[in-house]
Design a protein around this ligand. Sequence first.
Ligand SMILES: C[S@@+](CC[C@H](N)C(=O)[O-])C[C@H]1O[C@@H](n2cnc3c(N)ncnc32)[C@H](O)[C@@H]1O
Length: 456
Amino acid sequence: MDVDIGEKQIQGVEQKVVLEALASMAARPGCLFLEVGSWCGDTSAILARIARERGGHLVCVDWWKGSPGTGLAEIAKKKDVYAYFWNRMKEEGLEDTVMPLRGQSKHAARILKEGLFDLVFIDADHTYAGVSSDINVCAPLVRNGGVLCGHDCEGRVSDYDLDFLLSGKEKNFHESVHCGVVLAVGEKFKDYSVNYNIWSVRKGGGRWKAAAPRLGKLKDKRQLPPIPIGLTSRHIVMRCGKFVYAAPRRLVEFDPSEEAGRIDPGVVKAATVAELEAIIGQKVEYSDARPVLSGQYRDFNFLRFNGRYWAMSKTLGNVDLAALDPAAVKELEEKGLCAAAGAGAEAEAEDWNELKRLVDELMHLCPVMREEGYRGFNIVAYKKMFYAFSQELGPFDIKTVDEAALAVFTLRQRCAVAATHEDARRLVDDIASLCAESGQKGGKNDDSGKTDHMNG
Ligand SMILES: C[S@@+](CC[C@H](N)C(=O)[O-])C[C@H]1O[C@@H](n2cnc3c(N)ncnc32)[C@H](O)[C@@H]1O
């Protein structure tokens, strides 16, 4: 399929933990979840896995056209995003759990019953009008005791200057903030939770209260590190709450949402971009004349160049993107060391997130833990296959396991390889029943399958 939008994940492990906590809070046997805005199925897969555990289902409402005027809408004109979404659900063994409902959210909501859903997650049109409408049509669909939540809320209304929020409310994204989401949520609810940009409320006695998801060991934080607004030749510029910050370029991991991130003496702050420009004596812009380092994600540096965002593997060192000819760039792309996002005119926040998704896919070339401890096995996605390894093997680097070792592990029922996550689980089930018949514990065997390279 000619789709290179990649397997995506929402930002960082934190948002996954928050979403899982909310879904677990709402889940019950035979539960029904609703997602409004699914795109490639990143959040859908998280929600659907939890619904499936309880024998439940997830309805995914999306028109799969992207939100008007955004980078995603441009992608959807060229690529069959719905086909990608559905393939991914099948790959994850979720085709019997997920029920897509293709159409505009306000139309879809009309055919859904009040109080039907245990959880509704809103992540569609991010303008004030879009989010307000989705909250209004979805809130009645949540049962008493159920959860209503949504994506991309960088805080509470009181965290910001109201005029700033109002100035950005019709845009999808404005100066590092989804103003429409922050305003619509704050207007609709008095008592709500915001954790790592995910807002949530729970219905109790017909009233909405902060859902307060339990995040275990995860530090409770309202906001993820903001996406840059722009750059100067010396600074990266971000908004966080009531202030705009200019951080020296050397602080590539600058995070104004952390107190500690703001105290570097080189960081300048002001109430508006105009004030900031006056203080630093430079205009904030995305200069495309030279590639500029704008941040980093996983093992990649993110650069802004030629109206696009670029991810360059850190293993490349200080390679000069401007000096590379198209063939060299293509070669790096083919090796999974470089990726670009953006239509080429004016890169946006959507492109930044798109690039993160591409990086996630490149990282697919590296092992990714998909499920820990399924009947004593860890299921790892690697090179488009799913490997179930008995936990008894202990930690090791899958990249160092050669064919022969794999065959030995498989023979000893300590490993199974499958094309999908679900098939890997089925093979683990088979191993468990075989072991039960022969009186062994699933995946447990003698230790002679361990090799030197397993502790790498
Ligand atoms: C930000 S993406 C969703 C991302 C997804 N939840 C994830 O984390 O992977 C927004 C999605 O909402 C959809 N969308 C935007 N406006 C919509 C509307 N009015 N009705 C239905 N879907 C809409 C877009 O097609 C897009 O797929």
